[in-house]
Design a protein around this ligand. Structure first.
Ligand code: CS2
Length: 488
């Protein structure tokens, strides 16, 4: 019988962190203790401590479900990271010093966040959890977590409410603020989070709002590592590699990238020692990644899921879909400003290779979730620049039609599914029972796109024509015809 992982002495020496975790203090609280954090920021922080030390262990917090903390607590925060590429490698991460769930009783987590030893609060909660009003660069008071926290700012449940409350506690105690590090796939994510936090505070305590605006750093970041949800096979593989049972194991690809704006007034780990890039041009890297990786991901997820392709690697094994992936990558690249030292053609080729990784089972349905929160920065912002640069917009029209096909809930050539989107109800109401013209008209004016994109008649005619095909014929046929057209 194998033993549950709980101390490093149980695992082979080569898989242990290159430092003694118990000798390092906690300097980071992370909100959103999911697979992505464990594969990305925690792994990079682990490598940074191995290279350069520092009291930078992480206290991990889930805002809703206690599952992640319950898995990690009996393991003293240790978990196995399985990297799967041409070879499979396992290493045990020691960066997480403790974990908790804040739902129900946020006080213990707020006390952690107010601790002067904590100098960074990092966040990965997915796009929809913030309650952002992106157009106004503030918070959205109609978002459930924002509404609840504005009504009860001392007992917050949501991420903005937690951050603002903890900052208020630090200010009252005369403790310098922590740096807030947003690690979600949003454009200019630091600025968006700052705008939401300041706006939230303004509604409850204007002096606090002014202090946050003047004193708190919100560096922007671009994060990248393809990390599927862990499965029973992930846990079995971790046990086989380490010799220990590990309920918190995760798997990921070998590639890992982190581009960060260097604005940490109270210090930071030596993430550069782990390969992070510090630059003032994060927004350019972010646009490249959102439009090329994530935009193509969304397109292939909608088209692939409806063509019966369960995983991204299956999409890449289908020559017609793979051709549309390459077309989308090239179209997205053509919308971008250049970044010194970055060759977008090489980046596109590397992305196609990563998507095709046969060892990674990344579900198209998982990527298809929350499209209303993803499409604006992945597809519609690219479209706006495509027009300005006279780039052919067919790839963006195809991606938009595939999304429309998904939100319309039409299942004529795939198994029934439940639309997973924070605006699922509104999307279903806007699209159900309509033909392609009606669906496109509803989506165009539903507030997902800027006025300029909404007014682009030629684009929406193209979306309508592709969607009409997608509603009339099996998706695989539409994809084959589209790939042939793209080739010709
Ligand atoms: C994906 C991302 O689920 C999604 O929407 O596009 O999670 C993607 O895998 C990561 O951003 C890769 O860094």
């Amino acid at each position: 019988m194998t033993m549950r992982l709980s101390t490093l002495s149980q695992v082979p020496e080569a898989m242990r962190p290159g430092y003694d975790p118990a000798a390092q203090g906690t300097g980071i609280v992370h909100l959103g203790l999911g697979a992505f954090h464990k594969a990305h920021q925690a792994a990079m922080t682990d490598a940074a401590m191995a290279a350069a030390g520092g009291d930078w262990r992480i206290f991990g917090v889930s805002l809703r479900s206690p599952r992640a903390s319950e898995e990690l607590a009996p393991q003293n925060g240790l978990y196995t990271l399985v990297e799967k590429g041409a070879e499979t490698r396992a290493r045990v991460i020691g960066a997480i010093s403790g974990a908790a769930c804040s739902a129900g009783d946020p006080a213990p987590v707020l006390a952690r966040m107010a601790d002067p030893a904590v100098r960074i609060v990092s966040v990965t909660v997915t796009e929809k959890a913030y309650g952002l009003d992106r157009a106004a660069e503030g918070c959205d008071p109609s978002h459930p977590a924002i509404a609840a926290d504005l009504a009860q700012p001392e007992a917050p449940q949501g991420v903005i409410g937690m951050i603002v409350r903890a900052l208020a506690m630090r200010r009252a105690a005369g403790t310098p603020p922590f740096t807030v590090l947003c690690c979600d796939n949003l454009p200019d994510n630091g600025r968006l989070l700052r705008g939401a936090a300041v706006d939230f505070a303004r509604r409850t305590d204007p002096e606090l709002a002014a202090w946050i605006a003047a004193e708190v750093a919100f560096p922007s970041t671009m994060v990248d590592r393809i990390t599927p949800a862990a499965t029973a096979e992930t846990l079995a593989e971790a046990a086989r590699l380490t010799g220990c049972d590990d309920l918190a194991a995760i798997e990921t690809e070998p590639f890992c990238q982190w581009v960060i704006e260097d604005d940490f007034p109270t210090g930071r780990p030596a993430w550069e020692a782990a390969g992070a890039i510090f630059t003032e041009r994060v927004a350019d890297f972010e646009a490249m990644k959102l439009r090329m990786l994530n935009g193509t991901h969304s397109m292939l997820a909608y088209a692939g899921f409806h063509a019966g392709r369960a995983f991204v690697r299956d999409v890449m094994a289908d020559p017609a879909l793979a051709a549309l992936v390459r077309r989308h990558l090239a179209a997205a690249a053509a919308t971008l400003p250049g970044i010194e030292g970055i060759d977008t053609a090489a980046y596109a080729a590397a992305l196609a290779e990563r998507f095709g990784n046969p060892a990674i089972a990344h579900q198209t349905f998982q990527i298809a979730m929350d499209g209303s929160e993803k499409m604006p920065q992945r597809i519609f912002s690219a479209l706006a620049d495509a027009r300005a640069r006279e780039v052919d917009c067919r790839a963006f029209a195809f991606a938009t039609a595939a999304w429309a096909r998904h939100v319309s809930g039409s299942v004529h050539d795939c198994a029934p599914y439940e639309l997973r989107d924070p605006r699922a109800g509104a999307l279903a109401a806007a699209t159900s029972g309509k033909d392609a013209a009606g669906i496109v008209d509803a989506l165009r004016h539903a507030g997902f796109v800027s006025a300029a994109v909404a007014g682009d008649d030629a684009f929406w005619i193209s979306v309508r024509n592709i969607l009409a095909e997608m509603l009339a014929r099996p998706m695989a046929e539409v994809i084959a015809a589209e790939a042939q057209m793209a080739a010709g």
